[in-house]
Design a protein around this ligand. Structure first.
Ligand code: ATP
Ligand code: MG
Length: 141
């Protein structure tokens, strides 16, 4: 049996302002993904830059960090077997134009940057990202 994993999910500022929190949470619940922590935050530009530090050399870094600090976002810790890959499959490809039918990004994203959701891409990034937003008392593991 595969080990239980955790993943960090973000409903990005476009998802919150477009009132898509419920739609995203519904898809998580319908797919038996456990939400073990959840809160609304509004990242400062510095916090967004720290979160996306891996992308700091990319041409879209400034625009991405401006966007991620432009309004409130919802951060969640997801838990389950294979949850990193499972949630990334539910999200769909980064570019919504390439996302599979029935995925969150295919159904709701409007832009390659404003793509509604974030999900950790590895165990290592999940550990960093969860620790970036949550302390152990906030996680109901
Ligand atoms: P995320 O990390 O948000 O879950 P991802 O892993 O699918 O998404 P990454 O390659 O890690 O995609 O890029 C991080 C985020 O940067 C993307 O979700 C998107 O918001 C933005 N982004 C990625 N590529 C581009 C691009 N070519 N132009 C503009 N923004 C981009
Ligand atoms: Mg990524």
């Amino acid at each position: 049996m595969n080990k239980k994993e955790q993943s960090l999910s973000i409903i990005k500022p476009d998802g919150v302002s477009r009132k898509l929190i419920g739609q995203v949470v519904k898809r998580l619940e319908e797919n038996s993904i456990n939400i073990i922590a959840m809160k609304m935050i509004h990242m400062s530009i510095k916090e967004a830059q720290g979160f996306y530090a891996v992308h700091k050399k990319r041409p879209f870094f400034n625009s991405l960090t401006d966007f991620m600090s432009s309004g409130p976002a919802v951060v969640m810790v997801l838990e389950g077997e294979d949850v990193i890959a499972k949630y990334r499959k539910l999200m769909g490809a980064t570019n919504y134009k390439e996302a599979a039918e029935g995925t969150i990004r295919k159904d709701f994203a409007t832009d390659i940057e404003k793509n509604v959701v974030h999900g950790s891409d590895s165990l290592e990034s999940a550990a960093f990202e969860i620790g970036y937003f949550f302390n152990s008392f906030e996680i109901n593991g």
